[in-house]
Design a binder for this molecule. Structure first.
Ligand code: AMP
Length: 583
């Protein structure tokens, strides 16, 4: 049998494995999970656990769990895990072994060769330690490539024209920005900058601090003294953050969070994207400053940058895209799933080493931006038709995004909603593709919130709905052929245009057995909940189990039907049962 070389992204927070099969870059999933959390632990039974289960036990048993081992790679140090000491290489080797197993199970053959990615700033000692971790795991590391190089490769090979690309990589615990030069499949890192301790975990912490303060103010309880409640807050904070990437508000509900003076404390509060973005503003500013330092270190200026590529799960935070758009004047690329982009690039490199052809297949993306108009500022002047983008150009289809707007005068009872397609900051210069009135709004002062949701499917049908937040009053329209309205272009032609944006650097499809569409956060959360419930099965009574199985079946049916609303009730009921069983 022919040797297969796998590509591995050994990340601080999550790791992934990918391979090129029949010319296609394929991410290898673990069950239905695309990422393996980079956590290693020892469970109650003394067994080594890796990934999701280790991540779940981290909050409750930190002494038995190791996270972020990548930060210690190359240091002459040891970590303690359940009273045993290990080198960072050994812990990383445990993660690599798990990834190797996942790949072997999928491929049906043993795997002994890999390409592993490392941050561009890794020293020789850190690279050497990574190579050793591979050896311990039984993997010959044929090549170690820089993460930004891998990200650039994931966006395509066969690039002949010279391009300067900025790779903005914001993960869970680290931020790296690199400027690379790309020509003839050779990627050269010109400069790299970043912060080893900045990422999505810091964003979560800001929300957690906000929740702690809220509970302190409303219930006079210091929730930090209650580890189980803190574990729930941590999870709730990250889930709220996911919701805020697509919606202007997130509802945080944690019933029976803890007991205080004999009565139960329930947490129920709404967090707006605006408040959240204020919380993380300093972090975002720091990343933009680092971006300018990297450009300067590469002896370039912002106008020399041809493309910006987003890597890392945290780049789904909308204000990051906005800030980068403002800095560079064009949309950054995120068509290749930012969570798995580096692993796909590592697999591409592996295929190049073994002389395989790698196909370029396109991801379905929207070639245009869709949005509405609102009163705002244009060229420093107040202007009634400022374009507000909602679904950005190059977003993967299908896509659903919601933004909040406010009425502009007291007792305003109607709002006219106009939908445009285009890129111009002046909405009137874009193509108007639909309009409607929402009437009968509440008699309230200005600032009445109206949320506008745009949902664009693979067939180019755009569903638009406007909802008055306070009353739930809704008006919606469907715009057929939204994608082809623009100069009558067909989707295929449009896709070609997107490709040419990147020169010959075609985006390639992310083969993920089934859908290429990222799951909605509600679906991810529901899957996690099911896994958690199933993890309790051997510890509970048959009666509890029956109740749980019934709920799991209802939730699974909702996941299959992509019925996000339907998930709410059974998920909340299952959460309550889990909480009672665990406490
Ligand atoms: P990575 O290290 O690239 O796997 O990125 C993991 C980080 O991305 C974690 O902090 C996640 O909470 C964050 N993340 C994943 N999805 C989203 C999302 N939809 N919005 C905001 N942050 C996200």
């Amino acid at each position: 049998m022919k040797d297969i070389i796998i590509g591995i992204d050994l990340g601080t927070t999550n790791s992934e494995v990918a391979v090129v099969e029949h010319g296609k870059v394929t991410l290898i999933k673990d069950g239905n999970k695309k990422m393996l959390p980079s956590f290693v632990g020892i469970n109650d039974a003394g067994q080594v656990i890796v990934g999701e289960s280790a991540r779940n036990q981290y909050l409750v048993y930190p002494e038995r769990t190791i996270k972020s081992i990548k930060r210690l790679m190359g240091q002459d140090t040891q970590v303690v895990l359940a009273e045993q000491t290990y080198t960072p290489q050994e812990i990383s080797a445990i993660i690599l072994t798990r990834l190797k197993d996942i790949a072997e199970k999928y491929l049906g053959q043993t795997v002994s060769k890999a390409v592993i990615t490392v941050p561009a700033y890794f020293s020789d000692a850190q690279r050497q330690a990574t190579r050793e971790a591979g050896e311990i795991a039984g993997l010959e590391v044929l090549r170690m490539i820089n993460e930004p190089t891998a990200a650039a490769l994931a966006y395509g090979t066969g690039q002949t024209e010279k391009k300067q690309v900025l790779i903005y990589d914001l993960g869970g615990g680290t931020f790296d920005v690199s400027v690379v030069n790309m020509q003839d499949d050779v990627v050269e890192v010109l400069s790299s900058h970043g912060d080893n301790h900045l990422g999505g975990d810091d964003f979560d912490q800001k929300i957690i601090d906000y929740l702690i303060e809220h509970i302190q103010d409303t219930h006079k309880v210091d929730v930090r003294q209650h580890s189980k409640a803190m574990a729930r807050l941590t999870r709730a904070a990250e889930e709220a953050k996911f919701v805020l990437s697509d919606q202007p508000f997130a509802q945080i509900n944690e019933e029976y969070l803890l007991e205080h003076d004999g009565s139960a404390i329930h947490l129920s509060l709404e967090l707006s994207r605006v408040t959240y973005e204020e919380m993380i503003e300093d972090y975002i500013n720091a990343t933009i400053d680092a971006t300018h330092i990297a450009i300067k270190d590469a002896k370039l200026t912002a106008s020399d940058i041809d493309d910006v590529i987003l890597v890392g799960g945290s780049t789904r935070t909308p204000c990051i895209r906005e800030r980068l758009f403002n800095e560079f004047g064009f949309e950054p690329h995120s068509e290749v799933d930012p969570d798995i982009c580096v692993a796909l690039g590592a697999a591409t490199q592996a295929a190049m080493i073994s002389g395989q052809e790698v196909d370029t297949v396109l991801v379905d993306v929207t070639p245009y931006t869709y949005g509405t108009s609102a009163i705002g500022q244009l060229n420093g002047q107040p202007y009634p038709f400022m374009f507000v983008p909602i679904i950005h150009k190059n977003s993967v289809l299908p896509n659903r995004k919601t933004e909040a707007f406010e009425t502009s005068y007291d007792n305003q009872d109607t709002v006219e909603v106009t939908i445009y397609q285009g890129e111009d900051p002046d909405a009137l210069n874009n193509v108007k593709i639909g309009e409607f009135l929402i009437e009968g709004l509440l008699d309230v002062p200005r600032g009445n919130i109206i949320t506008l949701t745009l949902e664009l499917d693979l067939n180019g049908i755009l569903h638009v709905s406007a909802i008055e937040k306070k009353s739930g009053l809704e008006k919606n329209i469907t715009i057929k052929n939204a994608l082809s309205q623009f100069e009558g272009e067909a989707l295929d032609t449009a896709k070609q245009r997107i490709t040419s944006l990147f020169g010959k650097m075609d985006s390639r499809i992310i083969e993920e057995e089934g859908s290429t569409v990222p799951d909605a956060p509600e679906i991810i959360a529901a899957r996690e909940l099911i896994a958690k419930a199933e993890g309790l099965f051997d510890k509970i009574s048959d009666e509890d189990k029956e109740d749980m199985i019934e709920l799991i079946e209802t939730i699974t049916a909702c996941i299959d039907a992509q019925d996000i609303e339907g998930l709410d009730k059974p998920s909340a009921q299952l959460t309550d049962i889990i909480y009672y069983l665990e406490s």
